[in-house]
Design a protein around this ligand. Structure first.
Ligand code: 5GP
Ligand code: ZN
Length: 138
């Protein structure tokens, strides 16, 4: 399969590894948006997060927690993290192998919050929110 991240897992493309367990690999992003910008990926190929089982997702986020603590404890000048995933092209995913981005943060880094990525809600009216929650749970 022609997947860059599967090639990294197979050792065919080098990476700066920061964590590995049976199901997961974490390595530095080749084009970092912050010092220590890290990608956490499942070793089993899944094009996008929603194509993983809940159990596989759990293993992935267990590793995200471990790597997050590793970064907070071992990197200087890191006082927070932004953690996120782009899922499918509509949300900006460019590498079609599930990956979680961890961006090390501090108060003065000039970055925004997750609220600055998407801000296009039609309404915050309670009836409208109720309608969406009913749609999601029926
Ligand atoms: P996406 O936009 O799909 O959420 O993120 C893909 C990320 O993968 C980008 O931040 C990009 O810099 C990173 N990336 C793409 N190719 C490589 C590579 O060969 N090695 C590493 N370490 N990161 C890569
Ligand atoms: Zn892959």
């Amino acid at each position: 399969m022609d997947c860059i991240f599967c090639k990294i897992i197979a050792g065919e493309i080098p990476c700066y590894k920061v964590y590995e367990d049976e199901n997961t690999l974490a390595f530095l992003d080749v084009a970092p948006c912050a010092d220590g910008h890290t990608m956490v990926i499942p070793k089993k190929h899944a094009a996008a997060f929603v194509e993983m089982s809940p159990e596989e997702s759990g293993e992935l986020f267990k590793a995200v927690n471990i790597v997050s603590n590793q970064i907070m404890e071992k990197m200087e000048n890191v006082t927070g993290l932004t953690i996120g995933m782009n899922t499918y092209e509509s949300a900006g995913q460019t590498v079609m192998h599930t990956h979680v981005h961890i961006f090390p943060r501090n108060e003065n880094d000039g970055g925004g919050t997750t609220h600055s990525i998407v801000n296009n809600a039609k309404s915050s009216d309670s009836e409208y929110l109720k309608k969406i929650s009913e749609q999601l749970t029926k």
